[in-house]
Structure formats: structure tokens, C-alpha cells
Design a protein around this ligand. Structure first.
Ligand SMILES: Cc1cc2ncn([C@H]3O[C@H](COP(=O)(O)O)[C@@H](O)[C@H]3O)c2cc1C
Ligand SMILES: O=C(O)c1cccnc1
Length: 367
């Protein structure tokens, strides 16, 4: 007889695996069709550069030469972090929940940039330390709280393995719930202290020296930066995350919202929807998703390179080049929202620009 506790764990693993089985590579036929058209557009060859590569990706992702991109949504995953007890952020943990109220009231950076891009903002409580029941009851946020903030990873694992699976699973379920009304997903995060687990994740996944991938987050001074480096080093030494096991890394040195972001990316890929990955924290979530199922990479569009040290190492690990570099370091999904404009621009190029033949323009360069 299997012990009773074995059953739920088994079901959770099956849910993840069932989702992974729905993820296929980009469609090479649609990539080729899109490339063929873009090569014939009335302009010097590939003159719109990265925008054209983006259009090829969108065709391959959506299996369409008219990729649907009108309905855009940034999902902001919120969670708190026990490691803030080590003095790794310039702001107190209360700010996480206070910012959730700000998101709901439309007053945050992400609200402005999402409005500008014509995107919806959906906030998910993945594990804040606050009681947000009023917002849940009012239908303003999605409740997927795994715990009231993580444990302090400088002393032991941030969460149990089961909770790490639950966090990823919750992210997939949010994607499943929103997919029928969403063409393009964007990832966002809110969690005071979360650049610290994100740093531990990139160090664990790439083997990069911690000092090389640790940044100032919300604005640490030189001494606080040294302290943050030591905290990440201690967390890695104590927990010894296994880089080949995304759930192990997430449980030991991750966060609930980072697991939710990983799940959202996996869920988007399973629905063949493009997912714009925002800054440092979101890309940490992408590293977890990539470790769990490498083909998610085909559906990820890296929105921008953040100021945060170590973001470059994350993009290198994924083998993806971010669309923009605007010296941003906010998170919340702001870079993803901004890049939604570029996604629509890429589709406009693919669908609206005439070919040489259609426009009667000579397309052969002089010898
Ligand atoms: C008011 C405020 C709004 C924010 N919105 C995003 N973050 C960003 O800063 C936090 C990560 O930086 P650290 O690891 O240094 O705490 C995250 O919440 C991230 O989303 C904010 C931070 C603050 C203070
Ligand atoms: O790149 C980010 O997303 C980021 C960087 C610093 C602080 N908060 C978020």
C-alpha cells in the first residue's frame, strides 16, 4: 500500500508533466513562410532588423501569418521573502502588499505602461505576508497564496519541494484561466527582496561567481551590496541547489512569485501564446521554467535588459537577446508592457507592408 501522503504529490507531478507534453517547438513551416514574405517586402533586405526576427518568431509561435496580438495582458505575481531579515533590500516588506493596492488602484508604473500599450493588468497573490482577502473578495486580484512569504534562505530552504511544485502549478493554472481571453502574455513581479533569490537562481544555474551577478536592486549602497553578496553565497552554501532540477533550485533559493512566473511561462507555451519576459526577477522565473522544460524557450520573448547586474548572464543562459536596453530597473512587468508595442509593430510589418511584386517596385539590386 502506498502511504496516503504519496497520492497528492503524484497528481501534482502528473499535472506538470501533462502540461509539458503540450509544449512543442515553434512551427518551422510558419517561420519559413513568414521569413519568405519578409524577405520580399519593399525595403532593403531585412532593413527592419530585430522587428523582422520578432515577426518570424510570432508566426512560428502562433502558427499564423497574421499572429493574433491584440489582447495583451501583464500578470503581476506578488510574494514576500524571509531573506529580507538579512537587510538585502532598501525597502521594508510591507511595501509588497502596499504596492498590490497601488496596482489595483491603477497608480503604479505598470498601470501607466500597460494602459499605454492597451494591456490588462492581472495581479496574483502568490505568497505575500499580508492578508489581501478584501481584494480577493472584491475580485480585484487572483488568490494563489502558497504561504505568508518564504522562509529565510540564508538559514535553510526558502520553501518545501511540494510548495515549489504548487507555485509552478498555480502559475500554469493562472495561464490556463486567462488564455481564452489573452493573445500575448507579459510577466511581472512584486516582492520586496526578490532580487536576492533571483541572484541566487542565476548563480546556481550558470555557476557564475555571486559577486558578478549581484546588483543593487532597489538601490543598495556599497556596504549593503557586499552584505547581499554574502547572503546569497551563504544561501547557496547551505542549500546546495541542484541546477539540473528546477524545482530544487526554486524550493531552496527561490520565491513563490518566481515559481508563479515560471508556471505562467510554461502555461503560455502550452497554449502556444507568446510570453514577454520582463526584468531580472521575471527572467529568474524563466530560468526555472527553462530548466523544467527547455522548449518553453521557443515561446519566450525577452523584453529588455535591466540595469540589474546579472541580467545579462540570464539572457546568455537562455540564449535569447532582449529587445530593448533602456536602463530600466523597476520590474512589475513594465518592460514587458513596453515591449508589447514592439510585438504589435512586428505584426504590422508582417501583415501591412507590401512586397516588391504587390507594389510593382524593382526588388533586384544592381550588380
Ligand atoms: C515602491 C516600490 C515599487 C516597486 N515595484 C517594483 N519593485 C521592485 O523592487 C523589488 C526588488 O528589489 P529588492 O530586491 O531590492 O527589494 C521588487 O518588488 C521589484 O518588483 C519595487 C520596489 C519598491 C520599493
Ligand atoms: O529588473 C528588474 O526587474 C528589477 C531590478 C531591480 C529591482 N526590481 C526589479
Amino acid at each position: 500500500m502506498r502511504p496516503k501522503s504519496f497520492q497528492p504529490r503524484q497528481e501534482q507531478v502528473n499535472f506538470l508533466e501533462a502540461t509539458f507534453r503540450k509544449i512543442f517547438p515553434q512551427d518551422t513551416e510558419y517561420r519559413e513562410k513568414a521569413r519568405a514574405r519578409l524577405e520580399q517586402l519593399t525595403m532593403p533586405h531585412w532593413a527592419l532588423g530585430d522587428l523582422m526576427d520578432l515577426a518570424v518568431d510570432l508566426a512560428g509561435i502562433t502558427r499564423s501569418l497574421k499572429p493574433p496580438v491584440k489582447r495583451k495582458r501583464v500578470v503581476v505575481m506578488a510574494g514576500d521573502h524571509g531573506v529580507t531579515a538579512e537587510g538585502v533590500s532598501r525597502y521594508p516588506s510591507e511595501v509588497t502588499a502596499q504596492m498590490v493596492y497601488n496596482f489595483v488602484n491603477g497608480g503604479a508604473g505598470i498601470n501607466a505602461l500597460a494602459r499605454q500599450a492597451g494591456a490588462e493588468v492581472t495581479v496574483v497573490d502568490m505568497g505575500t505576508a499580508a492578508d489581501l482577502d478584501d481584494l480577493v473578495k472584491a475580485g480585484k486580484i487572483i488568490a494563489r497564496k502558497i504561504g505568508n512569504g518564504t522562509q529565510n534562505m540564508a538559514h535553510g530552504p526558502a520553501m518545501t519541494r511540494t510548495h515549489a511544485v504548487m507555485a509552478v502549478e498555480a502559475g500554469i493554472e493562472v495561464a490556463n484561466q486567462l488564455a481564452p481571453e489573452t493573445d500575448v502574455f507579459g510577466t511581472g513581479d512584486m516582492g520586496i527582496g526578490n532580487t536576492t533569490p533571483s541572484t541566487a537562481i542565476v548563480a546556481a544555474m550558470t555557476g557564475a561567481p555571486v559577486a558578478e551577478v549581484t546588483g543593487r536592486g532597489t538601490g543598495l549602497d556599497d556596504d549593503q551590496l557586499q552584505q547581499k553578496i554574502q547572503v546569497v553565497e551563504r544561501a547557496l552554501k547551505i542549500n546546495r541547489p541542484d541546477p539540473s532540477d528546477g524545482i530544487d533550485v526554486l524550493s531552496k533559493v527561490g520565491g513563490f512569485e518566481i515559481g508563479g512566473i515560471a508556471g505562467l511561462i510554461i502555461g503560455a507555451a502550452a497554449h502556444r501564446k507568446p510570453v514577454l519576459v520582463d526584468g531580472f526577477i521575471s527572467t529568474a522565473g524563466a530560468l526555472i521554467a527553462y530548466a523544467l522544460e527547455p522548449f518553453v524557450r521557443d515561446f519566450i520573448i525577452c523584453a529588455h535588459r535591466s540595469v540589474e547586474q546579472g541580467h545579462r548572464a540570464m539572457h546568455e543562459r537562455l540564449g535569447l537577446r532582449p529587445l530593448m536596453d533602456l536602463n530600466m530597473r523597476l520590474g512589475e512587468g513594465t518592460g514587458a508592457a513596453l515591449a508589447m508595442n514592439l510585438v504589435e509593430a512586428a505584426v504590422a510589418v508582417l501583415t501591412e507592408v507590401a512586397t516588391f511584386e504587390e507594389a510593382g517596385v524593382t526588388g533586384t539590386p544592381v550588380e
